[in-house]
Ligand binder design. Structure first.
Ligand code: FHN
Length: 480
C-alpha cells in the first residue's frame, strides 16, 4: 500500500510499521474548559503589525516583485534599495504609531463577532512588540516606547475577546539564528544562544501576560529548529507547566524523525491542527476528529499592510461568510487577517469588511458559535452546522427549484421536523421527500424557500430535529 498525504494537514499515512517516537505528543485530545472554549470561538481576528507596516510593501515608489509585505526585509534583486536590510532594520528608530488606539481595534473586532485574536508579538524580522528584556530590538528602543502586546491583551480581554500570541521562531535579527544545522563550534554556540533567547522570550510572554490563552507559532520549518526536537519537547513541557490550560497549535515542534504537525505515527503534535494557511480542509473526514483553525488573508497573500493592492482580488464579506460557515461546518474556527498601517490604522476596506461580516454574524449567531459538524449532506446548497437538537443550513447557492434539500440516511432516527428562517423567524414549509430512486439509501427533507423572500446575501434556515416518522409501507423491490 502506498503512502497517502492529506493535502491540508500534510499528514502522511503509510502502511509502514509504527515508528518508535520519544518526542511525540505531550498531551492528547483535550476536553478541558479552555479547549471547549476554543471550539466555540467560531470567528477570530489575526493582526499582523510591526516594522513592516511602515513601508507597506514599497519604498520610494519601488516594490518587491513577489514577496508578502511582511517579508519586505528579504527584498533583493535589481530594484531593491541599496543596503536594504540595514535600512529596514533601522525602522525601529522611527516606529511611533501615534494614531493607534488599540481599544478601537478591539471594539471593531467585537463588532465583527471575533471571539479570539492572534497578535504578532514578534514576526520574522525579530522585532519584539513588547519591551522584552532579552533583546535590544524591541518597542523599548523605539520612539513609541509602548507595549503593544500588553495593550492588545488588556483591550481585547476587556471586550471579552481571548488573546493568542503569535510568535515567529525564525528570526532575522538574532546573530545566532541559522536556517541549517550548525556544523562548527561557533555555529553551535550561536544556535544554543538563540535557543536560550527563544525560551526566555516565551517564558517572559507567559509571565507578563497571564490573560493570554494560547501561543500561535510560526517560522518553525528550518532544519536547525527541526533538529532541536529534544529542546522543543522540553520547552513545550515547560510552557504547559508554567501556564496550565495554555493552548498550543501543531506548528511548534516536530518529533526526532523530523515529522511536523503530526508525529511519525500520525499523532497530532499540539492541541489543534494549524493546517496549510489560506487553505481549508475539503471535507470533515480529513480532520480525523482534531480541533483546528484556518487563517485567511483578505487579499491573496498579504498579511502585513500593503499600501497599494493594485488589481489583486480582495475577498468580500460574502466570500468570508462562505469561508466562515465552511469552517464551522467542519468544526473549525476561521481567523480573518488584518494588516494595519505603520500608524496603526486599519484600512477603510478592512473596516468595512469587519462591519459587514459583523452584521451577518450577529443576525446568525446561533448557527455559528455553539455549533459543530453535523453528519447530514446539504446537497451543495451551502453549509450545515448544528447540535443534537437543531441544524442550521446556511444557503449560499439558492436553488432555482425553490427547494433547499437535505439528504439523510434512510434509517436516520432523528430528522428535521420544523423549519424557519433564522434571522426573521418566518416559518417555512418542510417536506419529507422519498425520491424512490433505486439503490438510493437516502431520504430527503426539502425546505420550501418562499418566492417572495428576497436576500442579497447568504441566509440561514434553522431546522429542529425530532424522531423520524415511521409508517410508510415497504413495497417489494423489482426483481432482476
Ligand atoms: O511567513 C509567514 C507569513 O508572513 C505570515 O505570518 C503567515 C501567517 O500565518 N505565516 C507565515 C508562513 O507560514
Amino acid at each position: 500500500m502506498s503512502a497517502i498525504t492529506n493535502p491540508w494537514t500534510t499528514r502522511t499515512r503509510s502502511a509502514a510499521p509504527s515508528a518508535e517516537v520519544r518526542f511525540g505528543p505531550l498531551v492528547g485530545h483535550r476536553e478541558d474548559d479552555a479547549m471547549r472554549r476554543f471550539r466555540r470561538y467560531g470567528l477570530g481576528q489575526f493582526i499582523h503589525f510591526g516594522l513592516y507596516s511602515i513601508p507597506g510593501n514599497e519604498w520610494h515608489g519601488e516594490r518587491p516583485a513577489s514577496l508578502a509585505p511582511e517579508w519586505i526585509r528579504a527584498w533583493s534583486g535589481p530594484n531593491a534599495p541599496e543596503n536594504w536590510p540595514d535600512t529596514y532594520d533601522r525602522l525601529n528608530e522611527v516606529f511611533d504609531p501615534k494614531a493607534l488606539d488599540v481599544r478601537e481595534w478591539a471594539r471593531q473586532a467585537k463588532r465583527m463577532g471575533a471571539r479570539y485574536v492572534i497578535f504578532t508579538t514578534k514576526h520574522h524580522d525579530g522585532f519584539a512588540l513588547w519591551p522584552s528584556v532579552h533583546s535590544d530590538y524591541t518597542v523599548a528602543q523605539s520612539p513609541c516606547g509602548r507595549d503593544f502586546v500588553g495593550e492588545v491583551v488588556d483591550a481585547y480581554t476587556a471586550e471579552g475577546i481571548d488573546v493568542f500570541l503569535y510568535f515567529s521562531v525564525l528570526d532575522w535579527h538574532h546573530p545566532g539564528y541559522t536556517t541549517t544545522v550548525p556544523v562548527d563550534e561557533v555555529g553551535r554556540a550561536g544556535w544554543q544562544d538563540f535557543l536560550e533567547y527563544t525560551r526566555a522570550q516565551l517564558l517572559e510572554l507567559l509571565d507578563r501576560y497571564p490573560a493570554a490563552r494560547g501561543l500561535w507559532f510560526d517560522g518553525t520549518w528550518d532544519a536547525s529548529w527541526v533538529a532541536s526536537h529534544e529542546f522543543t519537547y522540553r520547552l513545550e513541557q515547560e510552557l504547559r507547566e508554567r501556564r496550565p490550560g495554555l493552548i498550543i497549535g501543531s506548528r511548534f515542534r516536530n518529533d526526532e524523525h523530523g515529522a511536523r504537525h503530526f508525529d511519525s505515527n500520525g499523532r497530532l503534535l499540539g492541541d489543534y491542527e494549524q493546517g496549510r494557511e489560506r487553505k481549508l480542509p475539503s471535507d470533515h473526514a480529513m480532520l480525523d476528529g482534531h480541533d483546528w483553525d484556518g487563517v485567511m488573508t483578505i487579499g491573496p497573500n498579504a498579511w502585513g499592510f500593503m499600501r497599494d493592492t493594485g488589481d489583486e482580488y480582495q475577498k468580500t464579506a460574502d466570500d468570508l461568510i462562505d469561508l466562515l460557515m465552511r469552517c464551522r461546518s467542519m468544526g473549525g474556527n476561521l481567523v480573518v487577517n488584518f494588516g494595519p498601517d505603520g500608524e496603526g490604522r486599519m484600512s477603510a476596506y478592512e473596516g468595512d469588511i469587519a462591519e459587514q461580516l459583523g452584521g451577518w454574524v450577529r443576525a446568525n449567531a446561533d448557527a455559528i458559535y455553539d455549533c459543530g459538524h453535523v453528519d447530514i449532506d446539504p446537497t451543495g446548497v451551502g453549509w450545515l452546522t448544528g447540535d443534537r437538537d437543531r441544524v442550521f443550513l446556511t444557503v449560499i447557492n439558492r436553488p432555482v427549484t425553490g427547494v433547499a434539500r437535505l439528504r439523510l440516511p434512510a434509517d436516520a432516527s432523528r430528522v428535521p421536523v420544523t423549519a424557519r428562517l433564522l434571522a426573521s423567524g418566518r416559518e417555512l414549509e418542510l417536506r419529507r421527500t422519498d425520491i424512490g430512486f433505486d439503490l438510493d439509501d437516502a431520504i430527503y427533507y426539502d425546505v420550501v424557500i418562499p418566492r417572495d423572500f428576497t436576500a442579497d446575501r447568504a441566509f440561514v434556515i434553522e431546522l429542529t430535529l425530532g424522531a423520524a416518522f415511521v409508517g410508510v409501507a415497504d413495497r417489494a423491490d423489482a426483481r432482476m
